[in-house]
Design a protein around this ligand. Sequence first.
Ligand code: SAH
Length: 477
Amino acid sequence: MSLFPMFVKLQGRTVVVVGAGVIAEGKIPGLFAAGANVRVIAPQATAQIRAWAREGQLEWLPRAFAPVDLDGARLAIAATSAPGLNQTVFQTCEARGIFCNAVDDIENCHFYYGAIVQRGDLQLAISTNGKSPALAQRIRMELEETYGEDYAEWLEKLGATRAVLRAKSPDPERAKTILHALASKQTLARYRSVTKRKSQAINQDITFAASPSANRAAQPGTVYLVGAGPGDPELLTRKALRLLQSAQIVLHDSLVSREILAEIPPAAQIIDVGKRAGQKLLTQEEINSLLRSYAQDHAIVVRLKGGDPSIFGRAGEELEALRNAGIPHEIVPGVTAALAAAAAAKISLTDRRVASRVLFTTLSRGTDGALMDWGSVTSTTTLVLYMPGPDYAEVSARLREGGLSPELPCAIVSAASGQRQIVRRSTIAALAAEEKLPAPALLIVGRVANQQISEIAETAWRAAGNREPALQTTRIS
Ligand code: SAH
């Protein structure tokens, strides 16, 4: 007959242990951990059991077993050296509907202890129904290796996130999908790679937390909307770095680079709330709920966004949610992608010889580009197009429809400031046929994007009545 596997709640329930030698003693901490009320019956007891009794952790009745001792009990453990007594306990339990385990005495057992791998609340129990304790032991060792110590902490984090999502998510099915994604091996691998790379930095973090500037940030329950910059950790602000190193919770977008996540100490909980394959992992409302709820019991919650939080970062909705919930919050600006892209392409966005203004915009909102005010775009406007998408022919067509000249130069910049940075120069007309660069990419459009800008600028400069050469120190080849 196979055994029925189960995990039993013993919190506040009485478990009787008959016997108070070392074997019995060994069975008791597990019962404490499950919150059971332990009653020990035995004329003599080990020093440890006597100490527990003195401290009120268990009840010890210093006498021989009597059936009345089982009153109110759910489980009994017979751990005596007298086989006859084990049997008596078992039979009394059988008559009274109580489950009994007689240690190493399978005849007198209703249930067995499984071989256990325990990682916090994660418990893996193995049973071979007594056929091969050796096999059970081998499997236990294999599981111990597969499910390392860090599962305990990871499970805590999964549990906390689940509680929030279940309470706040408007769509339980979606919440389920998200929770499955969070429990995946890939998420664990990410969690591990980040915690591992930072484990040496712990000492440094302690010093950091003790510094006065860190204390200044430690007001209870503040949410910081922090700009992570375009990717290169060197472009993080000092304030962003300080907050990342003292945060308890960091919720980040997928744009945020691994190198920057590696700056977060292992003790912090890191949650990826970004997009996966074009699919948002969490809805904006779910992110808002997480922010509100984490702020209730954590001093520093960082919402980490690529670039600057206020540029195409949906900070508006988050700020509103925080304001409405009365949660203290602050924005920490970052280097937005436009600036990193301009730096990468060695473009001066407001080169005074050819540009008088810069417009940070996008075409991807709505199908008709209704948000784009083409009237404000003149020949001296530098346009920075965020989220141009992969269809360059469409982008090229839209820019021409907007009245821009097909000859106008542009630069496509992919992964600005990152290790895979690519800059491609083109024109609005030629853009249609350009090879697609990997995301994230953006487009700088305008006369400033021309490599041979020197000539145009020189002409314009002179036409404006200037005598001395404009490009003396800034000639661009
Ligand atoms: N808040 C961000 C922008 C988020 S919108 C910021 O201030 O930079 C996302 C878009 O930003 C991407 O589609 C891409 O157009 C642009 N982007 C972000 N990081 C980039 C990078 N490193 N290189 C090029 N473009 C980037």
